[in-house]
Design a protein around this ligand. Structure first.
Ligand code: PMP
Length: 273
């Protein structure tokens, strides 16, 4: 598998990162995941902008100018040997003595790799609801993912694919996805804010709805609305739009992917740029 580390393309087995890297010791870093469709990164600029935003909010200096990021991504696509790889980019605060606060002069570590696309969620999935146990800056795409890992393990224990996270009885997002509901032909998704990641796929679905003349409200979605929805979708870069067919063991709508999902999911690929 092809990787990139601080200026060099190399095989992942040859990649050496110091154990003193703050990403390893503190989870002190941010990341980005970008799918590639037909040789082209899906919504490249939106992903790179979000990486820049995560870095700024994490107070890590962006190590590369825009053209350098493009070289990294294009170089990985070229070397991947896969038709539709997924690109993973990670930037940490760098290698430094083990102190919570360090002077700002450590050079950030850049690590990137290609991964094969997952294919585990096409035909409809089970989801559970769970109390959101994460922190209050979920708008930062941080590599500190311990709560997300635990929540997804909980989902797996219930034979579900995703945990839909609730704060004060309202939907925030999935542990690794954004959430949409459809009720009476109208979509709703929780508004952006520190309680959720501004998903690139979420943004595409909102654009698609506007162009297709389907109502799409960005507003608070209660747990009761979620439970009563005709359709529930989970959106993410690697899986696209995934229909939820059971929630906490109960059927969602007719218990199969809904008509609105089919309409949106069929044309997602046309919304690359
Ligand atoms: N929220 C969380 C917590 C996520 O991990 C992800 C996907 N990585 C998303 C939302 C979806 O974002 P995107 O559509 O940009 O992949």
């Amino acid at each position: 598998m092809t990787a990139y580390h601080d200026g060099r393309f190399l095989e992942i087995e040859d990649c050496c990162i110091s154990p003193l890297d703050r990403g390893f010791l503190f989870g002190d870093g941010v990341y980005e995941v970008m799918p590639v469709w037909g040789g082209r990164p899906f919504r490249y600029q939106a992903h790179i902008n979000r990486l820049a935003r995560s870095l700024e909010r994490a107070e890590i200096k962006d190590p590369y100018p825009p053209e350098r990021w493009r070289e990294v991504v294009d170089g990985l696509i070229e070397r991947s040997g896969l038709p539709s790889p997924v690109i993973y980019l990670q930037v940490t605060r760098g290698v430094a003595p083990r102190e919570h606060v360090i002077d700002d002069d450590a050079a950030p570590t850049v690590f990137a790799m290609t991964m094969p696309p997952p294919n585990d969620a096409a035909a409809g999935v089970a989801a559970i609801t769970a109390e959101d146990t994460r922190w209050s800056r979920c708008d930062i795409k941080s590599v500190s993912l311990l709560p997300n890992v635990l929540l997804r393990r909980r989902a797996r224990d219930y034979r579900a694919w995703e945990a839909i996270l609730l704060r004060d009885n309202c939907v925030a997002e999935g542990a690794a996805s954004n959430v949409f509901i459809a009720a009476g032909g109208v979509l709703a998704t929780p508004p952006e804010g520190p309680q959720l990641l501004s998903g690139i796929t979420r943004g595409v679905v909102i654009e698609m709805a506007a162009v297709c003349g389907v109502g799409c409200e960005q507003r608070t979605v209660t747990a009761a609305e979620l439970a009563a929805a005709d359709e529930i979708w989970l959106t993410s870069s690697t899986r696209g739009i995934v229909p939820v067919i059971t929630l906490d063991g109960n059927r969602v709508g007719a218990g199969e992917p809904g008509p609105l999902w089919k309409r949106f999911s069929d044309c997602l690929a046309d919304w690359c740029e």
